[in-house]
Design a protein around this ligand. Sequence first.
Ligand code: PEP
Ligand code: MG
Length: 326
Amino acid sequence: AEEADVEIRDDPVSTADGVPVEVAGNVGTEADLAPAADRGADGIGLFRTEFLFLDRESPPDEDEQYETYVEALEAFPEGRVVVRTLDVGGDKPIDYLDLPEEENPFLGERGIRRSLGPDADLFETQLRALLRAAGSERGGDLAVMLPLVSTVEEVTAARERLELFADDLEREGVEYAVPEFGVMVETPSAAFMADALTDEVDFFSIGTNDLAQYVMAAERGNERVAELGDYHQPAVLRAIRATVEATEGTDVWVGMCGEMAGDPDLTELLLGLGLDELSMSAVTVPQVKRAVTETNTEDARALAERALSARTKNEVRRVLTENTES
Ligand code: PEP
Ligand code: MG
Protein backbone atom coordinates (compact mmCIF):
# COMPACT_ATOMS: atom_id res chain seq x y z
CA ALA A 1 0.00 0.00 0.00
CA GLU A 2 2.82 2.35 0.91
CA GLU A 3 4.33 1.82 -2.52
CA ALA A 4 1.29 3.23 -4.31
CA ASP A 5 1.54 6.45 -2.28
CA VAL A 6 5.07 7.28 -3.33
CA GLU A 7 5.31 9.93 -5.98
CA ILE A 8 7.24 9.04 -9.13
CA ARG A 9 9.97 11.58 -9.82
CA ASP A 10 11.47 11.82 -13.27
CA ASP A 11 14.08 14.38 -12.31
CA PRO A 12 17.39 13.51 -10.63
CA VAL A 13 17.28 13.92 -6.84
CA SER A 14 19.62 15.26 -4.16
CA THR A 15 19.85 14.80 -0.43
CA ALA A 16 18.14 17.37 1.82
CA ASP A 17 21.49 19.18 2.03
CA GLY A 18 21.96 19.19 -1.73
CA VAL A 19 24.25 16.27 -2.59
CA PRO A 20 23.16 14.79 -5.94
CA VAL A 21 22.64 11.01 -5.93
CA GLU A 22 22.01 8.98 -9.06
CA VAL A 23 19.11 6.54 -8.68
CA ALA A 24 19.23 4.06 -11.54
CA GLY A 25 17.46 0.91 -12.64
CA ASN A 26 18.65 -2.68 -13.04
CA VAL A 27 17.49 -4.25 -16.29
CA GLY A 28 17.83 -7.62 -17.96
CA THR A 29 15.95 -7.32 -21.22
CA GLU A 30 14.63 -4.63 -23.55
CA ALA A 31 11.25 -5.23 -21.90
CA ASP A 32 12.61 -3.84 -18.61
CA LEU A 33 13.67 -0.51 -20.13
CA ALA A 34 10.28 1.21 -20.28
CA PRO A 35 9.19 0.24 -16.73
CA ALA A 36 12.49 1.54 -15.34
CA ALA A 37 12.08 4.84 -17.19
CA ASP A 38 8.39 5.04 -16.16
CA ARG A 39 9.28 4.70 -12.49
CA GLY A 40 11.75 7.54 -12.71
CA ALA A 41 15.13 5.81 -12.97
CA ASP A 42 17.81 8.35 -13.96
CA GLY A 43 19.57 5.75 -16.09
CA ILE A 44 20.63 2.12 -15.98
CA GLY A 45 23.14 1.15 -13.32
CA LEU A 46 23.19 -2.51 -14.29
CA PHE A 47 22.26 -4.02 -17.62
CA ARG A 48 22.59 -7.78 -17.05
CA THR A 49 23.45 -8.87 -20.59
CA GLU A 50 23.27 -12.60 -19.89
CA PHE A 51 19.56 -12.37 -20.72
CA LEU A 52 20.46 -11.54 -24.32
CA PHE A 53 22.17 -14.92 -24.48
CA LEU A 54 19.45 -17.03 -22.81
CA ASP A 55 16.63 -18.97 -24.46
CA ARG A 56 18.26 -19.27 -27.86
CA GLU A 57 20.44 -21.65 -29.82
CA SER A 58 23.45 -19.42 -30.44
CA PRO A 59 24.83 -16.15 -29.09
CA PRO A 60 23.59 -12.77 -30.43
CA ASP A 61 25.93 -11.35 -33.07
CA GLU A 62 27.66 -7.96 -32.98
CA ASP A 63 24.94 -6.07 -34.85
CA GLU A 64 22.15 -7.46 -32.70
CA GLN A 65 24.00 -6.50 -29.54
CA TYR A 66 24.85 -3.07 -30.92
CA GLU A 67 21.18 -2.41 -31.58
CA THR A 68 20.17 -3.49 -28.08
CA TYR A 69 22.74 -1.21 -26.45
CA VAL A 70 21.71 1.74 -28.61
CA GLU A 71 18.07 1.06 -27.70
CA ALA A 72 19.00 1.14 -24.01
CA LEU A 73 20.76 4.48 -24.49
CA GLU A 74 17.77 5.90 -26.31
CA ALA A 75 15.40 4.79 -23.53
CA PHE A 76 17.31 7.16 -21.19
CA PRO A 77 17.97 10.32 -23.20
CA GLU A 78 19.76 11.97 -20.28
CA GLY A 79 21.05 9.12 -18.18
CA ARG A 80 24.03 6.87 -18.03
CA VAL A 81 23.69 3.25 -19.16
CA VAL A 82 26.04 0.76 -17.50
CA VAL A 83 26.26 -2.45 -19.50
CA ARG A 84 27.78 -5.41 -17.72
CA THR A 85 29.66 -7.87 -19.89
CA LEU A 86 28.43 -11.44 -19.94
CA ASP A 87 28.26 -12.97 -16.45
CA VAL A 88 27.71 -16.69 -16.96
CA GLY A 89 28.69 -19.64 -14.84
CA GLY A 90 27.78 -19.98 -11.19
CA ASP A 91 23.99 -19.99 -11.07
CA LYS A 92 23.63 -18.72 -14.65
CA PRO A 93 23.92 -21.56 -17.16
CA ILE A 94 23.66 -21.17 -20.95
CA ASP A 95 23.21 -24.42 -22.85
CA TYR A 96 25.20 -23.74 -26.03
CA LEU A 97 28.23 -22.54 -24.05
CA ASP A 98 29.04 -26.00 -22.82
CA LEU A 99 29.92 -24.88 -19.29
CA PRO A 100 32.03 -27.30 -17.26
CA GLU A 101 30.63 -29.42 -14.45
CA GLU A 102 32.12 -27.92 -11.32
CA GLU A 103 31.82 -28.99 -7.70
CA ASN A 104 31.52 -25.40 -6.54
CA PRO A 105 30.24 -23.37 -9.49
CA PHE A 106 30.12 -20.15 -7.46
CA LEU A 107 33.86 -20.55 -6.85
CA GLY A 108 34.56 -21.69 -10.37
CA GLU A 109 34.80 -20.31 -13.85
CA ARG A 110 32.27 -17.51 -13.97
CA GLY A 111 31.98 -13.86 -15.01
CA ILE A 112 35.19 -12.21 -16.21
CA ARG A 113 37.05 -15.50 -15.69
CA ARG A 114 35.17 -17.02 -18.62
CA SER A 115 35.40 -13.87 -20.74
CA LEU A 116 39.19 -13.90 -20.47
CA GLY A 117 39.27 -17.69 -20.96
CA PRO A 118 36.95 -20.01 -22.90
CA ASP A 119 34.50 -17.26 -23.93
CA ALA A 120 37.15 -14.92 -25.37
CA ASP A 121 35.37 -14.88 -28.73
CA LEU A 122 32.06 -13.84 -27.13
CA PHE A 123 33.92 -11.17 -25.18
CA GLU A 124 35.38 -9.79 -28.41
CA THR A 125 31.95 -9.63 -30.07
CA GLN A 126 30.45 -7.93 -27.03
CA LEU A 127 33.25 -5.38 -26.63
CA ARG A 128 33.12 -4.52 -30.33
CA ALA A 129 29.34 -3.98 -30.08
CA LEU A 130 29.87 -1.81 -27.00
CA LEU A 131 32.65 0.25 -28.62
CA ARG A 132 30.36 0.87 -31.59
CA ALA A 133 27.41 1.78 -29.34
CA ALA A 134 29.69 4.21 -27.47
CA GLY A 135 30.36 5.84 -30.85
CA SER A 136 26.64 6.27 -31.57
CA GLU A 137 24.69 9.48 -31.06
CA ARG A 138 23.89 8.86 -27.37
CA GLY A 139 27.08 6.86 -26.82
CA GLY A 140 28.73 9.40 -24.52
CA ASP A 141 26.62 8.03 -21.69
CA LEU A 142 27.58 4.40 -22.17
CA ALA A 143 29.67 2.61 -19.55
CA VAL A 144 31.07 -0.93 -19.61
CA MET A 145 31.36 -2.96 -16.42
CA LEU A 146 33.14 -6.26 -15.72
CA PRO A 147 31.53 -8.90 -13.46
CA LEU A 148 33.19 -10.92 -10.72
CA VAL A 149 36.56 -9.24 -10.83
CA SER A 150 39.02 -10.57 -8.24
CA THR A 151 42.44 -9.35 -9.45
CA VAL A 152 44.07 -6.29 -10.95
CA GLU A 153 45.41 -8.43 -13.83
CA GLU A 154 41.88 -9.32 -14.92
CA VAL A 155 41.08 -5.65 -15.24
CA THR A 156 44.25 -4.74 -17.14
CA ALA A 157 43.75 -7.73 -19.46
CA ALA A 158 40.16 -6.73 -20.19
CA ARG A 159 41.16 -3.12 -20.75
CA GLU A 160 43.91 -4.19 -23.16
CA ARG A 161 41.35 -6.13 -25.15
CA LEU A 162 39.02 -3.15 -25.25
CA GLU A 163 41.87 -1.04 -26.64
CA LEU A 164 42.90 -3.74 -29.10
CA PHE A 165 39.36 -4.04 -30.48
CA ALA A 166 39.12 -0.24 -30.67
CA ASP A 167 42.26 -0.31 -32.87
CA ASP A 168 40.66 -2.98 -35.05
CA LEU A 169 37.54 -0.83 -35.54
CA GLU A 170 39.75 2.16 -36.32
CA ARG A 171 41.54 0.17 -39.03
CA GLU A 172 38.23 -1.08 -40.39
CA GLY A 173 36.94 2.47 -40.59
CA VAL A 174 34.00 1.69 -38.29
CA GLU A 175 32.67 4.41 -36.01
CA TYR A 176 33.38 3.81 -32.31
CA ALA A 177 34.35 5.49 -29.03
CA VAL A 178 35.97 4.12 -25.87
CA PRO A 179 33.25 3.98 -23.18
CA GLU A 180 33.58 4.69 -19.49
CA PHE A 181 35.08 1.59 -17.87
CA GLY A 182 34.36 0.05 -14.48
CA VAL A 183 34.19 -3.12 -12.44
CA MET A 184 31.80 -4.75 -10.06
CA VAL A 185 33.08 -5.14 -6.53
CA GLU A 186 31.48 -8.40 -5.51
CA THR A 187 34.39 -10.48 -4.21
CA PRO A 188 36.31 -9.92 -0.97
CA SER A 189 39.52 -9.73 -3.03
CA ALA A 190 38.15 -6.82 -5.07
CA ALA A 191 37.15 -5.01 -1.88
CA PHE A 192 40.61 -5.59 -0.34
CA MET A 193 42.34 -4.50 -3.56
CA ALA A 194 40.03 -1.56 -4.21
CA ASP A 195 42.83 0.99 -3.80
CA ALA A 196 44.90 -0.70 -6.52
CA LEU A 197 41.84 -1.10 -8.73
CA THR A 198 41.11 2.64 -8.63
CA ASP A 199 44.10 3.15 -10.96
CA GLU A 200 42.47 0.93 -13.58
CA VAL A 201 38.86 2.12 -13.67
CA ASP A 202 36.45 5.05 -13.84
CA PHE A 203 33.97 3.53 -11.41
CA PHE A 204 33.05 0.69 -9.08
CA SER A 205 29.62 -0.83 -8.61
CA ILE A 206 29.19 -2.94 -5.51
CA GLY A 207 27.27 -6.16 -6.13
CA THR A 208 26.00 -7.03 -2.68
CA ASN A 209 24.26 -10.23 -3.79
CA ASP A 210 27.58 -11.86 -4.53
CA LEU A 211 29.62 -9.77 -2.09
CA ALA A 212 27.50 -10.92 0.87
CA GLN A 213 27.71 -14.51 -0.37
CA TYR A 214 31.51 -14.46 -0.61
CA VAL A 215 32.24 -12.32 2.45
CA MET A 216 30.05 -14.55 4.61
CA ALA A 217 30.81 -17.84 2.81
CA ALA A 218 27.03 -18.37 2.65
CA GLU A 219 25.59 -19.40 -0.71
CA ARG A 220 23.09 -16.92 -2.14
CA GLY A 221 19.59 -18.32 -2.47
CA ASN A 222 20.29 -21.11 0.02
CA GLU A 223 17.60 -20.78 2.68
CA ARG A 224 19.62 -22.71 5.22
CA VAL A 225 22.28 -20.00 5.35
CA ALA A 226 20.14 -16.98 4.47
CA GLU A 227 20.59 -15.43 7.93
CA LEU A 228 24.34 -15.54 7.48
CA GLY A 229 24.33 -14.20 3.95
CA ASP A 230 22.17 -11.21 4.94
CA TYR A 231 23.46 -7.82 3.80
CA HIS A 232 22.86 -6.43 7.30
CA GLN A 233 25.91 -8.38 8.47
CA PRO A 234 28.51 -5.93 9.81
CA ALA A 235 31.21 -7.68 7.78
CA VAL A 236 29.31 -6.78 4.60
CA LEU A 237 29.04 -3.15 5.73
CA ARG A 238 32.78 -3.07 6.39
CA ALA A 239 33.54 -4.45 2.93
CA ILE A 240 31.37 -1.71 1.42
CA ARG A 241 33.04 0.96 3.51
CA ALA A 242 36.54 -0.27 2.60
CA THR A 243 35.63 -0.09 -1.08
CA VAL A 244 34.29 3.45 -0.84
CA GLU A 245 37.22 4.59 1.27
CA ALA A 246 39.66 3.44 -1.41
CA THR A 247 38.08 5.88 -3.87
CA GLU A 248 38.31 8.92 -1.63
CA GLY A 249 40.58 11.55 -3.16
CA THR A 250 40.33 9.88 -6.61
CA ASP A 251 37.99 10.53 -9.56
CA VAL A 252 36.49 7.05 -9.26
CA TRP A 253 32.77 7.07 -8.46
CA VAL A 254 31.09 4.24 -6.54
CA GLY A 255 27.66 2.80 -7.03
CA MET A 256 25.81 -0.21 -5.75
CA CYS A 257 23.66 -2.51 -7.87
CA GLY A 258 22.95 -5.47 -5.57
CA GLU A 259 19.55 -5.97 -3.90
CA MET A 260 20.70 -3.93 -0.93
CA ALA A 261 20.64 -0.74 -3.05
CA GLY A 262 16.89 -1.10 -3.56
CA ASP A 263 16.03 -1.34 0.14
CA PRO A 264 14.69 2.13 1.06
CA ASP A 265 15.24 1.38 4.77
CA LEU A 266 18.97 1.36 4.01
CA THR A 267 19.25 4.41 1.73
CA GLU A 268 20.40 6.75 4.51
CA LEU A 269 22.99 4.23 5.68
CA LEU A 270 24.30 3.67 2.15
CA LEU A 271 24.64 7.40 1.54
CA GLY A 272 26.40 7.67 4.89
CA LEU A 273 28.81 4.97 3.74
CA GLY A 274 29.60 7.27 0.80
CA LEU A 275 27.88 5.77 -2.24
CA ASP A 276 27.33 8.08 -5.23
CA GLU A 277 24.84 5.98 -7.14
CA LEU A 278 22.23 3.32 -6.30
CA SER A 279 20.78 0.96 -8.90
CA MET A 280 17.83 -1.34 -8.31
CA SER A 281 14.87 -3.06 -9.90
CA ALA A 282 12.38 -0.50 -11.20
CA VAL A 283 9.78 -1.12 -8.51
CA THR A 284 11.70 0.51 -5.63
CA VAL A 285 13.09 3.51 -7.54
CA PRO A 286 10.40 5.95 -6.26
CA GLN A 287 10.85 4.93 -2.61
CA VAL A 288 14.61 5.19 -2.81
CA LYS A 289 14.39 8.59 -4.52
CA ARG A 290 12.18 9.79 -1.71
CA ALA A 291 14.56 8.38 0.91
CA VAL A 292 17.45 10.25 -0.75
CA THR A 293 15.60 13.57 -0.53
CA GLU A 294 14.92 12.94 3.17
CA THR A 295 18.57 12.21 3.97
CA ASN A 296 20.93 14.68 5.57
CA THR A 297 24.55 13.81 4.81
CA GLU A 298 25.93 14.62 8.24
CA ASP A 299 23.28 12.50 9.98
CA ALA A 300 23.81 9.73 7.43
CA ARG A 301 27.55 9.65 8.17
CA ALA A 302 26.89 9.42 11.89
CA LEU A 303 24.44 6.58 11.24
CA ALA A 304 27.05 4.79 9.13
CA GLU A 305 29.61 5.16 11.92
CA ARG A 306 27.19 3.60 14.40
CA ALA A 307 26.37 0.75 12.02
CA LEU A 308 30.06 0.12 11.28
CA SER A 309 30.82 -0.25 14.96
CA ALA A 310 28.03 -2.79 15.49
CA ARG A 311 29.30 -6.27 16.26
CA THR A 312 26.34 -8.30 15.06
CA LYS A 313 23.64 -8.23 12.41
CA ASN A 314 21.02 -7.62 15.10
CA GLU A 315 22.98 -4.68 16.41
CA VAL A 316 23.03 -3.23 12.89
CA ARG A 317 19.26 -3.69 12.70
CA ARG A 318 18.85 -2.06 16.10
CA VAL A 319 20.93 0.94 15.00
CA LEU A 320 18.64 1.30 11.98
CA THR A 321 15.42 0.95 13.99
CA GLU A 322 16.53 3.44 16.63
CA ASN A 323 17.40 5.85 13.86
CA THR A 324 13.91 5.65 12.29
CA GLU A 325 12.27 6.05 15.69
CA SER A 326 14.33 9.05 16.76
C1 PEP B 1 25.29 -8.81 -7.39
O1 PEP B 1 25.98 -9.83 -7.33
O2 PEP B 1 24.99 -8.11 -6.41
C2 PEP B 1 24.79 -8.36 -8.70
C3 PEP B 1 24.17 -7.20 -8.83
O3 PEP B 1 24.95 -9.20 -9.76
P1 PEP B 1 24.04 -10.49 -10.00
O4 PEP B 1 22.92 -10.44 -9.00
O5 PEP B 1 23.61 -10.40 -11.41
O6 PEP B 1 25.03 -11.59 -9.73
MG1 MG C 1 26.86 -10.72 -9.08
